[in-house]
Design a protein around this ligand. Sequence first.
Ligand code: HSE
Length: 340
Amino acid sequence: MRLLFIGFGTVGQGLSELLLEKRDELAASYGFDAVVVGISDMLKGSAYDPDGLDLAAALARVGRGESLSDWPSVGRSWDAPTMIAEAEADVMLEATYTDISTGQPATDHIRAALERGMHVTTTNKGPLALHSRELIESARKGGLQFLYEGTVMAGTPLLNLIRETLAGAAIHEMRGILNGTTNYILTQMEGGMDYAAALAQAQQLGYAEAVPDADVLGWDALAKVTILANVVFGAGLKPSDSPCQGITEISSADIVRAAADGQRYKLIGRVWRDGAGVHASVAPQRLPSTHPLAGVGGATNAMTITTDALGEVTIIGPGAGRRQTGFALLNDLLTMWRHS
Ligand code: HSE
């Protein structure tokens, strides 16, 4: 499987580390054999070799702050559109930064890759929150796989769970913690750390978006509930259709007061269907500390799915992070491999 990375930041590098570490294990368990033929990143440069790049060397270069464009390779200075147009690859991995208001440039990258007949996997929330219907349809028409497990709850298999394991159950509501950064900040603030220090730690640990406003103002969780509304409930919502409030109004004093009342703040994303249609919302809530979601701390996410057949099903797992999100891409690649 020839892979093309568009975007080689935290997530792309996380996947690369997993591919290198697990090469033998993946070959033995699944017969999986992949080679990275191209990488194009706005800040880290680009490299293309149809015979395959040395991925360990690429990671090392990027780790040292050296541009990939200075590395001996074919087609060395291709920007993302040129790389997608010229590279011979089977799968494009779209892992550029998320822009929830335009979905760009990622949406155009995905459109172009599908038009060229490449399968696509992405962790980018913008294209799915804004253009899921068009992109899913375009992949279907081309007979291509378009997978995006990492857009919601990182590598924790929420979308796989719904698509595969809960097939046959009608879903009425989904409610939970969908942003790792804010959950990490709230947890650290409960431990006495101030907001700015907790946010700085979340950035250092690779949880936060490139511009962390997207996390703390609730936009990242809003993108995720919109994706769920559209791909799970078949709605046609845009992020701007739903109310959204983040955690910036919550002070350390509020957290201490809530704790004295036996409560904890959590940023809750919710999607539900009623007689009027499908709705979504993001807002902080004070939950009793005995509530199952109150015990979910740090960058962990959780989602309770209310179904007709089973009642409530809850999945808890990592919601952000380098390897945790890189794993979502790896899992999508293995799904493609199994179906190819
Ligand atoms: N910034 C996001 C979060 C990354 O903190 O949850 C995962 O989508």
